[in-house]
Design a protein around this ligand. Structure first.
Ligand SMILES: [Fe+2]
Ligand SMILES: [Fe+2]
Length: 144
């Protein structure tokens, strides 16, 4: 049985490396937003963002370790980070990135299983669960 998501191992490692880049992007973006978002209405979400930031570092570490384990070279490239003076727009950018990551990890989990890499799929489980939480936190803060 083949699925639309099916990839070979080399492509899978390349995609994991792209995932790693998006986590570096999250680390920079959250660091910037925590320092720049102001206003009483954002106090509680900024506290949440600080918790996200710590988890993004662990996501980056997990991805780099899996790339290395699979024989790849963990990347160090950071995609461009959006800067936003407006707090709401900054949070919308965070939500876009988290939503994209959730899609990526769902796909990566399925691909790992298709490649019979159950151990790699399991290592992605915290990324899936925590990324969904981050999406929920941001949706709640934005009221959508
Ligand atoms: Fe993450
Ligand atoms: Fe996240």
């Amino acid at each position: 049985m083949t699925t639309a998501h099916e990839v070979d191992k080399e492509k899978f490692v390349a995609l994991l490396n792209e995932d790693l880049g998006t986590e570096y992007q999250s680390i920079i973006q959250y660091t910037n937003h925590i320092a720049t978002i102001s206003g009483a209405e954002f106090t509680s979400i900024v506290t949440e963002l600080k918790a996200h930031l710590v988890q993004e570092l662990s996501h980056a570490q997990i991805l780099a370790e899996q790339v290395s384990f699979l024989g790849g070279e963990p990347g160090t490239t950071v995609p461009p980070v959006e800067r936003n003076a407006d707090g709401r727009k900054a949070l919308q950018a965070d939500l876009r990135l988290e939503t994209e990551q959730l899609e990526r990890y769902r796909e990566r989990f399925a691909q790992a299983n298709d490649l019979n890499l159950a151990d790699v799929a399991e290592s992605l489980r915290p990324l899936l669960e925590q990324t969904q939480e981050h999406v929920r936190d941001l949706r709640m803060a934005l009221g959508d």
